[in-house]
Design a protein around this ligand. Structure first.
Ligand code: ATP
Ligand code: MG
Ligand code: MG
Ligand code: MG
Length: 565
């Protein structure tokens, strides 16, 4: 490609509203442009990168035996009513009506649609396991879209769904996907970590997140210094303490509903957590002599609410009367909505307050619901949740914990029969009996990966793409071509020769001085740069530089070809 024919709208200044490096560099390099809050256009150079990520993901899904499909973004409400999520999902679900006043939503994820396909098209256990995936735009009306395409409202996700005969078959399919994810993130050249997203203490389903390690990551993860143990902070904090841990294989017993005293103790415990981790928020209040505690274990979004609201919230609430609690619920949670509360726990309900809360938050008071994957959660245990800090012993008895930060780029999940039971997604088993299929779901934030790669690979001059996702592998910058036709001739010949060999090459033939062209190529992060000048040609040499290397070398063409590999 000739740079004069490519769209390269680079910016010199760092855009004011971009808070993190990847967002700044994606705007400056002209990879994306904002259309509206959380909505972005991928410009040609950016799209080349996105497509590369997409293709790596597609190749590894295909290699793992998954079958590609493509489902609509618009989904009819009926399916969501069947699964129960029409009621349960909060404002993150964008709902609309068609001209016949029928309800629809824009898919934030596709369990309902794929389950509908499976129940209609898969008949027998003999066809299972089967894994169906797509790479498709998702829409989530995020409360606070930010950081460019890192947390946007429309984004590209690879979502795969496995259908299995039984729990063992599901565990196998899950492992196949885990292995595929490892290959994807290895090939993308990223430093990452798979972490437990479930406390693992309460039987059943398994869930892991893949995090690209970066200081700017929104999530905290706890990693053992010596063992393989790694968990997101919520899972690490929810692990029972040594003394409470059940024997392997034993079910976790729930403690009884707390009385006033235990709630008080709980709140005491949480005061510390509120101040230190900003992770957990408790509201308590008295009404008709009953104590109410709303325990909200939130994600990063709560941090902001905390920062904005908590100073007023925390202390008066100790002695809060009904009105105060209501006002806090109104101010703190009503505005927040449920979508940023992956785990909402209502302890010892006081009907009026809880229904107020639920009206604002659009969730059912009795229901424990994981908004991300639509998984029913076990009823809450009341226990002394603790803040996990660096230096804590690890939960598996080996080494101590380090806390690092990560960007969630993938999430794999054993769903079990939640959707298949709700939606009658059955197969005929060996005995000809109808049984619900066991499902797993597996997401990768394809567009988020692009931003995560930049967070990990950049310097003061711009992006340093891992080779697998660079928009071009080589750029050729001829200088002084107007005066010396040999420069342009050599550049053209090299350009043609590289193209013929299938190398992705950008010939920077733009009518600009060398400085701005070098700056653009650095900003764009093209791995290999070849500069052609009269002076070099006189010595039979070209200047070669790798983007990650500060120094250039004068080489003959054959040696340059070697460098390009
Ligand atoms: P997060 O915790 O960041 O909100 P999530 O847990 O809600 O993500 P999942 O439902 O697990 O997301 O979706 C699968 C993947 O989709 C995530 O691992 C992430 O990489 C990506 N993703 C989710 N929300 C967004 C978003 N708003 N913008 C870009 N990518 C996203
Ligand atoms: Mg989310
Ligand atoms: Mg998440
Ligand atoms: Mg997730």
């Amino acid at each position: 490609m000739r740079a004069s024919k490519q769209l390269i709208p680079t910016l010199k200044e760092t855009p004011q509203d971009a808070a993190i490096v990847s967002h700044q560099l994606m705007l400056r390099a002209g990879l994306i442009r904002q259309l509206a809050s959380g909505l972005y256009t991928w410009l040609p150079m950016g799209l080349k990168v996105l497509k590369k990520v997409e293709n790596v993901v597609r190749e590894e899904m295909d290699r793992a035996g998954a079958l590609e499909t493509l489902m609509p973004s618009a989904q009819p409400a009926e399916l969501w009513q069947e699964s129960g999520r029409w009621e349960q999902f909060g404002p993150e679900l964008l709902r609309f009506q068609d001209r016949h006043a029928r309800d629809f939503c824009l898919g934030p994820t596709h369990e309902e649609v794929i389950t509908d396909i499976a129940r209609n098209e898969i008949k027998s256990y003999k066809q299972l396991p089967m894994n169906l995936y797509q790479i498709q735009q998702k829409f989530r009306d995020e409360r606070r879209p930010r950081f460019g395409i890192m947390r946007s409202r429309e984004f590209l996700m690879k979502d795969a769904y496995s259908f299995n005969r039984d729990a063992d078959c599901l565990a196998d399919s899950y492992q196949v996907m885990y292995d595929a994810y490892v290959r994807v993130f290895d090939r993308l050249g990223l430093r990452y970590r798979a972490v437990d997203a479930d406390s693992g203490s309460i039987g059943g389903s398994r869930s892991q997140e893949f995090h690209v390690l970066a200081d700017s990551g929104e999530d905290a993860i706890a990693v053992s210094t010596v063992s393989q143990y790694a968990a997101n902070i919520e899972a690490a904090e929810a692990l029972p303490r040594e003394s409470e841990r059940p024997a392997p294989g034993a079910a976790m017993t729930r403690k009884p509903t707390p009385n006033t005293k235990t709630i008080d103790a709980l709140v005491q415990g949480f005061d510390v957590a509120i101040e230190k981790t900003l992770k957990t928020l408790i509201v308590e209040g008295a009404e008709d002599g009953t104590l109410v505690a709303l325990v909200v274990r939130g994600d990063h979004s709560l941090n902001e609410v905390k920062a904005e609201k908590l100073p007023e919230v925390a202390s008066p609430l100790r002695m809060a009367d009904d009105a105060q609690v209501r006002s806090v619920i109104g101010a703190g949670f009503g505005s927040l909505g449920p979508v940023n509360m992956p785990l909402l726990t209502l302890v010892d309900r006081s009907a009026a307050l809880v229904s107020d809360f639920c009206a604002g938050a659009n969730v059912e008071g009795e229901h424990y619901f994981d908004i991300n994957w639509g998984r029913d959660l076990p009823e809450p245990e009341v226990r002394d949740l603790r803040e996990v800090v660096a230096g804590d012993p690890s939960p598996d008895g080996q080494g101590t914990l380090e806390i690092t930060r990560g960007i969630e780029v993938g999430h794999i999940f054993q769903l079990g029969t939640k959707y298949s039971e709700a939606m009658n997604c059955n197969m005929l088993d060996q005995n000809g009996k109808a049984k619900p299929m066991h499902m797993g779901c597996y997401g990768i934030g394809v567009s988020r990966v692009v931003a995560a790669a930049i967070e990990q690979n950049h310097d003061a001059r711009g992006i340093l793409w891992p080779a697998a996702i660079a928009p071009y592998q080589v750029c050729i910058v001829p200088i002084g071509g107007k005066k010396d036709p040999a420069v342009n001739d050599t550049a053209e010949a090299l350009y043609q020769s590289l193209k013929d060999q299938g190398v992705e090459v950008l010939l920077d033939d733009r009518d600009m001085g060398p400085g701005p062209r070098f700056a653009d190529m650095d900003l764009l992060g093209i791995p290999h740069r070849v500069v052609i000048s009269s002076k070099g040609l006189a010595a039979g040499q070209l200047e070669y530089k790798h983007r990650s290397n500060p120094d250039s070398e004068m080489l003959d063409e054959a040696s340059i070809m070697d460098r390009l590999g």
